[in-house]
Design a binder for this molecule. Structure first.
Ligand code: ZN
Length: 143
């Protein structure tokens, strides 16, 4: 059933079988319904287009997921990697967690979470990061 067609037939019947002012009164009730129906149909078409786009993106991401998972597993197995220019190593004395190491003497650095500052844990080395706090936060979040 095509609702737009049915409404048009009803309009035609009203014009054919009623006389003013009844024709006008019924038309004033019917015509807004037609306009509402057109808006509803347009919204449904937009919803269908949105759903098709979401499905397309979902299928693309689903297709990419195995490669991303494989890359993640590879990264998890790496003993060392760089995070924002700071080498981090998986430490056995840190429960298998990554520890960023000093770029000068290669021993684990201290990270002051409150100041988001990174410095060498060897007091003789005295190396300290000179990057802005947001880099320190990023390093912490990616270890
Ligand atoms: Zn150092």
């Amino acid at each position: 059933m095509n609702i737009t067609f049915e409404l048009q037939q009803l309009d035609d019947l009203m014009i054919e079988h009623t006389r003013p002012p009844v024709t006008t009164m019924l038309g004033n009730k019917l015509h807004p319904l037609g306009e509402q129906m057109e808006k509803y149909i347009a919204a449904k078409e937009q919803d269908a287009n949105d759903a098709a786009e979401i499905k397309s993106v979902f299928l693309k991401l689903k297709q990419e997921k195995p490669a991303v998972d494989a890359q993640l597993e590879k990264i998890k197995k790496e003993d060392t990697r760089f995070v924002d220019g700071l080498l981090s190593e998986r430490g056995t004395n840190a429960g298998g967690k990554r520890l960023p190491v000093c770029p000068v003497c290669n021993i684990p650095v201290q990270i002051h979470k409150r100041m988001v500052n990174v410095m060498c844990s060897d007091s003789l080395c005295k190396w300290a990061s000179d990057f802005p706090p947001e880099n320190g936060r990023r390093i912490l979040s990616r270890l």
